[in-house]
Unconditional design. Structure first.
Length: 328
């Protein structure tokens, strides 16, 4: 009897050891090949222990059943050795979890191609929407006036939201939003809604306030990235544009225009000799503007109000720091 119990115990131990070894061996085989992250950066594992991440080349080695050590010079995770917890989720995606708990997700080549096809289809539908309802342009961006209650389409890309939507107050619209390149987001100062590529992100929106509303992207995709929604009719006292995420719970979808943008203040005076940038970027071309020059206020392009867009008397437009201007 005792002998049988010992045999059973040994058998169970061997069974669990075998299962553990098999699972580890399976994971080592499953990660082999090329994987793609959400932005198209690749990571490729080779059987002999080589790993290529973007332009970085190095080696990897499993240090236990579900953790591996990678030592790569350059690439997505920087240079040097790092340890990752490895898993394959139910969707077949590879997940690499860093010690900081940050998880990077990679798709198989087949899944990534499906995502690219979804991006192409969304862009095609959006372009048709723009062609059908375009009423003009603003700074090269098409302005669209859709029918009341229509489905509306917004595509996010570096560094614009296309098109500019002209909506009616009190009418419900179904927003369809997707990225055609990187990860973006639909946000204001209190809300954040990720816009992923290859996915139709849906928002039900009913404008409650008229005016011009800024939509902002807080991802690292380019300085000043944002778009506009123009809501027609006389503005009531309500301060925001209310929106609902899918089933009506959730977020405030757009940032209302500032008090200055809704007021009759339209002039700026340069407090000192200033270099106005043609684009809101550090290495943009500049135009020197003399102190005391009076220009036209066009609007703010950054949520903290760091940058003001102005028009000079000669018609040239550009961007200046708010602190360098007296806005009247």
């Amino acid at each position: 009897m005792i002998r049988k119990m010992i045999i059973c115990s040994v058998s169970l131990v061997l069974f669990f050891v075998f299962c553990s070894v098999s699972e580890a061996a399976s994971l080592k085989n499953q990660i082999l090949g090329k994987w793609f992250d959400k932005d198209g950066t690749t990571i490729e594992f080779f059987k002999e222990g080589t790993v290529i991440i973007g332009s970085g080349v190095g080696d990897y080695k499993f240090i236990d059943d579900n953790r591996l050590r990678m030592d790569v010079k350059g690439g997505l995770f920087g240079s040097g050795a790092m340890v990752f917890e490895v898993s394959i989720d139910k969707e077949g995606a590879l997940n690499l979890k860093e010690p900081t708990a940050k998880v990077s997700k990679f798709l198989t080549e087949k899944a990534y191609q499906v995502k690219l096809e979804a991006q192409r289809k969304f862009e095609k539908v959006t372009n048709a929407f723009i062609e059908n309802y375009k009423i003009g342009e603003k700074a090269g961006i098409p302005v669209v006036l859709p029918p009341d209650g229509a489905d509306v389409y917004l595509k996010e890309q570096m560094c614009d939201w296309v098109p500019i939507l002209k909506l009616k107050r009190g009418v419900n619209y179904k927003f369809h939003m997707s990225s055609i390149d990187l990860m973006h987001c639909f946000s204001n100062k209190t809300s954040y809604f990720e816009i992923s590529a290859g996915h139709d992100n849906i928002l039900n929106v009913t404008p409650k306030t008229s005016g011009t509303f800024r939509i902002l992207c807080k991802e690292s995709c380019g300085f000043g990235h944002g778009g506009e929604i123009i809501v027609s009719s006389t503005p009531p006292p309500s301060p925001d544009l209310q929106s609902e995420k899918n089933n009506g719970t959730g977020i405030s979808g757009s940032e209302p225009a500032t008090e200055r943008e809704n007021s009759n203040v339209k002039t700026v005076v340069f407090k000192k000799k200033t270099k106005m940038r043609i684009k809101p970027a550090i290495f943009s071309d500049t135009v020197e503007v003399a102190a005391g020059t009076i220009g036209e206020y066009i609007g703010e392009i950054h949520e903290q109000g760091f940058w003001i867009k102005v028009r000079l008397p000669n018609g040239k437009e550009g961007f200046c720091y708010e602190k360098d201007l007296d806005i009247r």
